[in-house]
Design a protein around this ligand. Structure first.
Ligand SMILES: [Zn+2]
Length: 474
């Protein structure tokens, strides 16, 4: 039985518990592990939560870390980790992962778009599945955890069930998406969009930096571009849910001193391109009061964005990440400045209101400074909320493993953004060092890998399909 005394090595962290709509179930209790005051939920005497549960070996994490390192060695560049869509190395990594899936007692195959699909059959063959996974492609000069951690951890959980000969009332499928990052063809989520049946066929003519089309690269990889539709899994009734474990890629869990976090939503994003036009002039001769300095105006706009977002307590973030000033000379007053603006928030309504407010602030600044303004939306992604019923189960699994339950939005995009079209989605974040990602310095502590795996295994073993829950309540 899991009590504080039984778990000397288990981290029980101080945090304020942010858990929406998830009341303690029978047999759970709120306990305080001591100063600083905090409430950490721990599993009580609920047989259902414990029977045959949890890994019987000491560490799921050790095997996972070993495989992370094994996969990181498969790269297009000798001293860096790069594995882009449809590369020879992606195929090589895919074959290794398919082998791990089979070793875990799953049937496994490469699908029509290059995704890796493994299935661990239910007690009753052909039953609907709980789908777990992440992506196995990487950015250039990547960290080794972004993507593969979710695939490898899911396989490790299935392997643990398989070792114990345990079957569940639902199947477990593990998917390794072949392209999430969108590095090679400048279009993200190719793998999950194919599974969701929303793959844009016109992308087959997109070219990589060497001029090769996606269509040609698919043939080289051993796929038939005419059969991408076969990857689609549009039958919602065969999918209970999609759950992804992923590194946080941000610093919040580290700040909270927690190994895992429950994702509330994958934040939508609006990107804008703004340009301010004033009057270029001589840096020595035009008096300050007579200037129409586009760069000084842009600086004021950037400060306004920062102040506005900082004043928001509901997760709004805004970034000006690129700026160009013309003519760009030391002795010339800047006449024209263009800058980007990226706005994200946990809900679409919040983001849209913020974008409208920010545009009007930028307009006011431009008007006061007598600058002409052009501002356009260049990209818009909807927010993908994690399904409350599923999020509750993720939170219960975190609590059952005696970690503080902490909710946070995902500011980064993930495959759930595509999977939402065919399944309810939830995510579990694992802490990464200093929030660094898309960088070879990306790091996850082995103890946190183990924590994530234990929580995922709990989630799987205690998983209650939504329809079963409804039937139970009826
Ligand atoms: Zn990722």
């Amino acid at each position: 039985m899991a009590t504080a005394g039984d778990l000397p090595d288990r981290r029980i962290h101080a945090t304020h518990v942010l858990i929406g709509g998830c009341e303690p179930r029978d047999g759970t209790e709120l306990v305080s592990p001591g100063p600083p005051a905090a409430a950490v939920r721990r599993n009580g005497k609920s047989a259902g939560m414990d029977a045959g549960n949890a890994a019987n070996d000491a560490s799921l994490g050790k095997e996972i870390v070993g495989r992370i390192n094994e996969l990181a060695a498969i790269s297009e560049e000798g001293d860096k980790l790069t594995r882009v869509y449809l590369s020879k190395e992606l195929r090589e990594a895919g074959d290794v992962i398919l082998g791990w899936m089979r070793g875990a007692g799953m049937s496994a195959r490469l699908d029509a778009v290059g995704n890796l699909c493994g299935r661990y059959e239910a007690e009753r063959p052909g039953a609907p599945c709980l789908l777990l996974g992440s992506h196995y492609d990487t950015v250039r000069d990547a960290g080794k955890w972004d993507g593969p951690l979710g695939v490898i951890t899911a396989i490790a959980c299935v392997a643990d069930l398989n070792r114990r000969g345990k079957r569940l009332p639902f199947a477990i499928e593990v998917i390794g998406f072949a392209d999430e990052e969108g590095v090679r063809f400048a279009s993200t989520l190719l793998g999950s969009r194919a599974v969701a049946g929303t793959f844009d066929g016109s992308l087959l003519d997109a070219r990589d930096r060497d001029g090769l089309t996606m269509r040609e690269a698919m043939v080289q990889f051993g796929l038939d571009p005419g059969h991408i539709g076969d990857a689609a899994r549009p039958r919602r009734e065969l999918l209970h849910a999609y759950v992804e474990l992923h590194i946080e890629q941000g610093p919040v869990l580290e700040q909270q001193d927690l190994p895992v976090g429950v994702v509330t939503a994958i934040a939508g994003a609006t990107r804008l391109a703004a340009s301010l036009t004033g009057m270029a002039g001589h840096a020595g001769t035009v008096p300050m009061a007579m200037r129409r300095d586009a760069l000084a105006g842009a600086a004021e706009c950037i400060m306004a964005v920062e102040q506005f977002c900082k004043a928001d307590s509901a997760g709004l973030v805004g970034t000006v990440g690129a700026i160009t000033a013309l003519p760009g000379a030391t002795n010339v007053i800047p006449g024209k400045v263009s800058f980007s603006l990226d706005i994200r928030a946990p809900t679409d309504a919040h983001r849209k209101l913020a974008v409208a407010d920010l545009i009007s602030r930028i307009e006011a600044i431009a008007k006061r400074r007598e600058l002409s303004l052009q501002i356009d939306v260049t990209h818009e992604n909807r927010t993908v909320p994690c399904a409350p019923w599923l999020k509750t189960q993720v939170a219960e699994a975190v609590a059952a493993e005696a970690y503080g339950v902490f909710e946070l939005p995902s500011g980064a995009g993930h495959d759930g953004m595509a999977m939402i079209d065919i399944a309810d989605v939830a995510m579990l974040f694992v802490r990464c060092r200093a929030g660094i990602s898309h960088n070879p310095a990306e790091h996850v502590e082995p103890a946190d890998v183990d924590a994530g795996a234990r929580v995922l295994l709990r989630l799987i073993e205690n998983f209650r399909p939504r329809d079963a829950g409804r039937a139970g309540k009826a």
